[in-house]
Write a protein that binds this ligand. Structure first.
Ligand code: AMP
Length: 416
């Protein structure tokens, strides 16, 4: 039996890859405009890093991490998300000692062992940004505004920005306690996962997907009633700034995020068109993350968007530009004895930066024309015995169906 791509992974074939390029370009352009600099961190890190930052009791660490021991006995994990590695690198390279804030972006594959379904894979790509070194609400807004702008720039008009404050280490424990108490009264009715959450990770009770749990938790205490003065003030300032910048939002008091490092602001951009996995991107503030990685208390805020989900949602919403204009030139060499001369032409076209291709299988002229058409070349240069005798080539415009006879130099000039 032949091999297949592992469950939960996908090959991105050339046609789809061009869509990915489009997203990558938009993202990188926005990073340039917003002054985020790229960082590339390893695909695997010490397992301990994720346990300390993402949280021992989070689903990501508990159930979804790809962990392994290498041949030297080191405990390693394929990164399930990007922020922890970036925070580790920020610290390791002393970036906390340079003028703050430090604004970084990353792009690459993440790995989570989860049940695959549409929009959920075991290897998926994230594009993310991080702002380290400022507690200011304007930094939260910078990250949210960037994300809103990114989605607008690729054509989304009706994504909903869900926003919440998940409090800080001072005020959140009181909320968690009351949430636990509330859940305890209904423990036997909750799903097995929520029964565990009620003990270990009560915030996650709020985003269980099971309808019965949602119904049971409907009247649970609300975090906004527990926020301390500082968290309250911070959140309100974020909301005011978003209003001033005309970024529409929806305060969603049930929004908690899967990663434990979030404090204060948490947000998600949600598409209602792609079903259960509707979160196209999200993020928030993580004021204790750098400290939990063993560094000083450096605040931060960031976000990540998922490329596969965006591609899926863009397909659903028909946001892809339909253009697939023919481009470049195909050199049809008609006769093996003309190959040498033909190749000189081919490479001279490429030197000039033209998309140029030829035939490698000694096909008939007719078959070469068909190939050129199928591969969407705008022009074909025909170079056969007859043309060679006249010191000319034929230049065919595949779109207009027009053909000219002229010297190769003239054809090249025309194409350039
Ligand atoms: P998170 O790191 O969990 O906050 O996720 C940020 C974004 O990454 C989500 O909004 C999704 O777009 C994407 N994402 C997270 N997990 C997966 C997955 N298993 N498969 C595909 N995309 C994912």
């Amino acid at each position: 039996m032949s091999n297949k791509a592992p469950r939960g992974t996908r090959d991105i074939l050339p046609q789809e890859a061009s869509r990915w390029h489009f997203l990558e370009e938009r993202f990188k352009k926005l990073c340039y405009i917003y002054d985020f600099a790229e960082i590339r961190t390893p695909l695997f890190e010490e397992t301990e890093l994720f346990v300390r930052s993402v949280g021992e009791e989070s689903d990501v660490v508990k159930k979804e991490m790809y962990t392994f021991k290498d041949r030297g006995g080191r405990e390693l994990a394929l990164r399930p998300e990007g922020t922890a590695g970036v925070a580790r690198a920020y610290l390791e390279h002393g970036m906390h000692n340079i003028p703050q804030p430090v604004k970084l972006f990353y792009y690459g594959p993440m790995f989570r062992y989860d049940r695959p379904q549409a929009g959920r894979q075991r290897q998926f790509y994230q594009m993310g940004i991080e702002v380290f070194g400022t507690k200011e609400p304007s930094a939260d807004v910078e990250v949210i505004k960037f994300t809103a702008e990114f989605f607008l720039s690729i054509g989304f008009k009706n994504l909903k920005l869900h926003l919440n404050s998940v409090g800080c280490l001072q005020c959140r424990p009181f909320y968690q306690d009351d949430l636990k108490k509330f859940a305890r009264g209904k423990l036997s009715l909750l799903c097995p996962d929520c029964q565990k959450r009620a003990l270990l990770n009560p915030l996650r009770l709020l985003d269980c997907k099971a309808e019965s749990c949602r119904e049971l938790m409907k009247d649970s205490p609300q975090i906004e009633d527990y926020l301390c003065k500082s968290c309250h003030g911070h959140f309100n300032e974020v909301l005011d700034l978003l209003k001033a910048l005309n970024v529409p939002y929806y305060v969603d008091s049930r929004l908690v995020r899967g990663l434990d490092y979030y404090t204060n602001t948490a947000f998600e951009f949600i598409s209602e068109d792609i079903g259960a996995q509707g979160s196209l991107g999200g993020g928030g503030r993580y004021d204790n993350l750098v400290e939990s990685c063993g560094g000083p208390a450096v605040p931060g805020v960031g976000m990540a968007v998922g490329v596969e989900r965006i591609v899926l949602a863009m397909e659903k919403e028909k946001l892809w530009p339909e253009k697939n204009e023919p481009e470049g030139v195909f050199l049809a060499i008609d006769g093996p004895e003309l190959r040498e001369e033909g190749l000189v032409m081919l490479y001279s076209m490429r030197e000039k930066g033209l998309r140029a291709e030829t035939d490698y299988l000694n096909r008939s002229l007719k078959a070469q024309m068909k190939f050129a058409h199928r591969n969407r070349f705008r022009y074909v240069i025909i170079f056969g015995k007859e043309e060679k005798l006249k010191n000319e080539v034929k230049l065919r415009d595949m779109l207009k169906g027009e053909q000219l006879e002229l010297s190769y130099e003239k054809a090249l000039n025309f194409l350039i």
